[in-house]
Ligand binder design. Structure first.
Ligand SMILES: Cc1cn([C@H]2C[C@H](O)[C@@H](COP(=O)(O)OP(=O)(O)O[C@H]3O[C@@H](C)[C@H](O)[C@@H](O)[C@H]3O)O2)c(=O)[nH]c1=O
Length: 384
């Protein structure tokens, strides 16, 4: 039960590319609603929500970015969240400034930043920025940084996430998603013993080392069932296998030696999470799937969003430092992300266990901290 007053939140999201912008904003909006808050989510391209969140969410109302600001008969905004530096439409700000003058109360204005483990995050978290012009002149915009340490805003996590995960039946999930060419008993044995088949999810851009990784899987002594996310990962796999990627059919399969591939259809976030829980190794990317991979507590390799000026190199190193990644996992990240082109090593069972333990230790550190929504609610109450 919430102890916070119910506020009207307006969350703003511009979809730059891929699925992360709307993925993060949707999780934020639904987790706020889960705490009894009312949310209007303003987005310029909501198309991905058709498969990411077909069920919608009570308490979250979608609004088109270009729709007019809330009218006088609607709840005025108490909190504006500008995600990833998207700029709130001037019409919305002008209308909010007018309403604030009538109400005698300004909304709290949050600039929700990108996730990084770099040191500047702790320095800049909760810093104010004064607006010097426009209808909101003199208002404060607050920088709110998600992050991995106690001095940051934390990570998005539903309060019941760990309990749901503990109740999740990995064996049943694996049986339901078995590859048609892996004999059913092998799939069942794998589910029971957790070792006969290695399950790996693949959500990435185009990692330079992917062809090499697939060859390792093909020649390994243990079969790998690779669950390939749609669009870029599926095209990258087909290209690495030398098959025309025009014909990637979601829901189809491939096989190469010990490598068993299932091409997945786009699925809701909750189903995506279950896939991460069911796998032994998760290749994740961007921002949100990285966080979900950490919560899954399984070995992971992160394909970081590449930036033109190579700023992602420092970001990757900062994350690996925070993760306390063992040398072999660090090396995999370097090669996976194209920081070097050393030959990849196939992780034996002991190595995989070491990577899993590393992620689980990191998750335990994170669970000692409040989640992002709890921190954001506390911050907003303080600034109101
Ligand atoms: C493949 C798949 C993904 N998803 C969801 C999970 C996540 O919420 C979302 C993917 O988001 P991400 O993991 O963040 O990866 P991403 O690469 O898609 O997203 C982003 O990365 C950011 C760093 C950039 O700033 C963004 O511009 C964006 O590129 O898609 C599903 O719900 N179902 C699916 O089937």
């Amino acid at each position: 039960m919430t102890t916070q007053p119910t506020l009207q939140w307006d969350v703003f999201c511009r979809v730059i590319d891929n699925f992360g912008d709307i993925g993060v904003c949707w999780r934020l909006a639904t987790q706020l609603a889960g705490q009894g808050q009312r949310v209007r989510l303003w987005v310029d391209d909501a198309s991905a929500l058709a498969w990411m969140a077909p069920q919608g969410c009570p308490g979250v109302e979608l609004r088109d970015w270009h729709a007019p600001p809330p009218g006088a008969q609607e709840a005025p905004t108490d909190v504006m969240v500008e995600a990833f530096g998207c700029e709130i439409a001037p019409e919305f700000i002008a209308s909010t400034a007018y309403q604030a003058s009538v109400r005698g109360r300004k909304p709290v204005w949050i600039n929700l930043e990108y996730l990084s483990a770099e040191r500047y995050v702790e320095r800049n978290h909760r810093l104010p920025s004064l607006l010097s012009s426009g209808p909101a002149q003199g208002w404060t915009r607050w920088f709110f940084y998600p992050g991995f340490t106690a001095a940051t805003g934390g990570l998005l996590r539903e309060p019941d996430l760990i309990q749901r995960q503990e109740a999740f039946d990995v064996a049943a999930w694996q049986n339901a998603h078995a590859h048609p060419s892996l004999p059913a008993p092998a799939a069942a044995a794998a589910a029971a013993a957790g070792a006969a088949v290695r399950w790996m999810s693949l959500f990435c851009y185009e990692p330079a080392a992917l062809p090499q990784w697939l060859q390792l899987c093909e020649a390994a002594s243990t079969p790998t069932h690779l669950l390939v996310a749609p669009v870029r990962p599926a095209h990258a796999v087909r290209q690495a296998l030398g098959i025309s990627s025009k014909n990637v059919l979601q829901g189809t399969t491939d096989k190469r030696g010990q490598l068993y591939i299932s091409y997945r259809t786009p699925c809701p976030q909750a189903v995506f999470d279950e896939m991460l829980w069911a796998c032994d190794l998760n290749a994740v990317r961007g921002e949100d799937s990285l966080v979900r991979g950490l919560w899954a507590g399984k070995a992971l390799v992160w394909h970081i969003y590449p930036q033109d000026d190579d700023a992602h190199h420092a970001k990757l190193q900062a994350f690996l430092d925070w993760l306390q990644a063992p040398a072999s996992l660090r090396q995999l990240h370097h090669t996976w992300n194209g920081l070097d082109d050393l030959p990849l090593q196939w992780p034996d069972d002991d190595t995989l266990r070491e990577w899993t333990a590393c992620v689980q230790a990191a998750r335990a550190r994170l669970l000692m901290q409040d989640n992002l929504v709890a921190q954001l609610l506390g911050f907003v109450m303080e600034k109101r």
